[in-house]
Design a protein around this ligand. Structure first.
Ligand SMILES: NC(=O)c1ccc[n+]([C@@H]2O[C@H](COP(=O)([O-])OP(=O)(O)OC[C@H]3O[C@@H](n4cnc5c(N)ncnc54)[C@H](OP(=O)(O)O)[C@@H]3O)[C@@H](O)[C@H]2O)c1
Length: 256
C-alpha cells in the first residue's frame, strides 16, 4: 500500500554504500524511518549489522560487504544479491575517503585509489543497478554524496575536491542520458558533518583551527540525519521533477 505522503519511501528498496558509518548510516536510518527497505554496503560486517538493527522497521533489510577500492572481483556476486532484492527504486553512494595531501607529495596511486572509491565505483554501481531485472521499471532515483569542496577549495584538499566535483558533473550528464527512462540523478553537498571521518580531521586536534571551522558554519556543524533527510527528499516522489542538480546542505558554509 502506497502512502499519499510524497516524502514517503514506503514500497521502495534503496541501495546505500558507506552504510556502516556516519552519513551513509544516517541516510539508511532516515530512509527506513520513511518506510523503505534498505540494502547496505560497506566493508565492516559488524557495523553493517549495527545499521540493520538501527533501521528496524519490520522489513527484511540486507547487507553486502565489499571493498569498493577494488576495481573488479565483486560485480557477479553483487548482481546476484541485487537481483534477489529487485526491483530497486533508489541508490545512494555515500562511501568515500577524504585524504588531505599537499600537491608536492601526491602520488599517482593515491589519486587512483581516491577516484576509484569516491567516483569510479559509483559509476560501476550505477551501471549494475540500471540493468533490467534490477532497476524498477517505473524509474529510479540516484543520489551521490559530494561535498561543499566540489565548489570551494581548501589547502591540501585538491584530490578530494576533484573527486567531489566529478560527482556533480556526473549527475548532470546522466540526468540527461536517463531522463527518458525516468531515472533521476542528483548530488548532495554537505559541509562538515559530525562523523568518524570528520572527527579524524586535523582541525579537531587544534582549538584555534576548530574555532575557524565552526565560524564557517553559521548554523553549526551538521549531523548525519541532516544529510539523511535531504537524501530522503531526493529519493522520494516529492522530488519527481528534480534531476541533474547539486543540493547544498551546509549550515550556510557556502552562503558567504
Ligand atoms: N563528514 C563530513 O564532514 C563530510 C562532509 C562532506 C561530504 N562527506 C562525504 O560523505 C561520505 C561519507 O562520509 P562520512 O563522514 O560518513 O565518513 P565515514 O564515517 O568515514 O564513513 C565512510 C563510509 O565509507 C565506507 N568505505 C570506506 N572505504 C571503503 C571501501 N574501500 N570500500 C567500501 N566502503 C568503504 C566505510 O565503510 P567501511 O568502513 O565498513 O568500509 C563507511 O561506511 C563521503 O563520501 C564523504 O566524502 C562527508
Amino acid at each position: 500500500m502506497n502512502s499519499k505522503n510524497p516524502f514517503s519511501l514506503i514500497d521502495k528498496t534503496i541501495l546505500i554504500t558507506g552504510a556502516s558509518s556516519g552519513i551513509g548510516q544516517g541516510i539508511a536510518i532516515a530512509c527506513a524511518g520513511q518506510g523503505a527497505k534498505v540494502l547496505l554496503m560497506g566493508r565492516n560486517v559488524e557495523r553493517l549489522e549495527e545499521t540493520v538493527q538501527l533501521c528496524a522497521n519490520g522489513l527484511g533489510h540486507a547487507y553486502f560487504s565489499v571493498d569498493l577500492q577494488q576495481v573488479g572481483g565483486w560485480q557477479e556476486e553483487l548482481t546476484a544479491f541485487l537481483k534477489a532484492h529487485a526491483p530497486i527504486q533508489g541508490f545512494v553512494h555515500a562511501a568515500g575517503i577524504s585524504p588531505t595531501i599537499p600537491l608536492k607529495v601526491m602520488k599517482s596511486q593515491q589519486m587512483l585509489d581516491c577516484f576509484q572509491l569516491n567516483v569510479f565505483s559509483a559509476v560501476q554501481l550505477i551501471q549494475l543497478i540500471t540493468k533490467p531485472g534490477i532497476k524498477s521499471p517505473e524509474g529510479m532515483s540516484v543520489v551521490l554524496i559530494s561535498s561543499v569542496m566540489s565548489e570551494a577549495g581548501e589547502k591540501g584538499k585538491s584530490l578530494y575536491a576533484m573527486t567531489k566535483a566529478a560527482l556533480v558533473a556526473l549527475v548532470k550528464s546522466l540526468a540527461l542520458e536517463y531522463a527518458e527512462k525516468r531515472i533521476r540523478f542528483n548530488a548532495v553537498s554537505p559541509a562538515v558533518v559530525d562523523t568518524p571521518l570528520s572527527l579524524g580531521s586535523h582541525y579537531r586536534k587544534e582549538e584555534e583551527a576548530m574555532r575557524e571551522v565552526l565560524k564557517q558554519h553559521p548554523l553549526g556543524l551538521g549531523s548525519a540525519a541532516d544529510v539523511g533527510n535531504a537524501s530522503v527528499f531526493l529519493l522520494s516522489e516529492a522530488s519527481r521533477w528534480v534531476t541533474g542538480t547539486n543540493l547544498i546542505v551546509d549550515g550556510g558554509y557556502l552562503a558567504r
